[in-house]
Design a protein around this ligand. Sequence first.
Ligand code: ADP
Ligand code: MG
Length: 245
Amino acid sequence: MSRVKLRQREAALAHAYRLNTMGELAVSLTHEILQPIASAYNNARAGIHFLEMSPPNLDEVREALCCIVRDTDRASNIADRMRDHVKKTPSRRELFDLNQALSEVIVMVRSATAKNRITVNTHFMEGSAPVQGDRVQLQQVVINLILNAVEAMGSVEGPRELSINTVQDRTSVLVAVRDSGPGIDPTHLERVFKPFYTTKASGVGMGLSICRSIIDAHGGRLWAEANEPRGAVFQFTLTAGREEL
Ligand SMILES: Nc1ncnc2c1ncn2[C@@H]1O[C@H](COP(=O)(O)OP(=O)(O)O)[C@@H](O)[C@H]1O
Ligand SMILES: [Mg+2]
């Protein structure tokens, strides 16, 4: 197969995979989008109430309308994010705030973590330099790592802890996603990245393989280790700042 053909296949596969992950995410995002809609509804009701008073309380009506504008903005931002994830966009190289991008991801997976009674801890390096890369693709990587962690912890009896850390040195940023699940057999730490390797009944086994190609394409490294005292930790590095990729 020619290089171009191979690229096209890879892109199609990555796209199909994004759609599949979207299915899992849809539940989470639907929940998120319902909140601003419910809030807009309440503000509209309040606006009507203040308008029907005699005399009408126009200050309160204005306040309610401003809240509705804010609520609908929030709802459309969430919808934009969903569209970005589904769209087959060519990879972009932009400078962006990693902590901000990670915070968005945590919101996107919130209903999955809440439903599974998982405690989420974050330790983000403060004042870190922007990283360069495709923001949506890198968010996709973290979403995949988190959903894997959530699935891994779904069956454990003990504490269910997810932690997301970022550490920066002069030239690179390290992102670590830790869980307190059953962990990975030490002899399988590399195998989990192979395409179609899955231990789940309805798994596809493409998630980690795609994550690794995204991180490779960014000039970084993604690997798995055992977490202490239990569970798995997936870590990746990215180049910090404006250096050429
Ligand atoms: N956090 C984790 N803890 C334990 N095992 C994991 C974890 N993440 C991934 N794995 C293992 O790696 C396999 C491949 O993961 P992935 O490529 O995302 O495919 P899928 O999630 O469809 O199985 C999983 O089936 C699981 O066995
Ligand atoms: Mg997966």
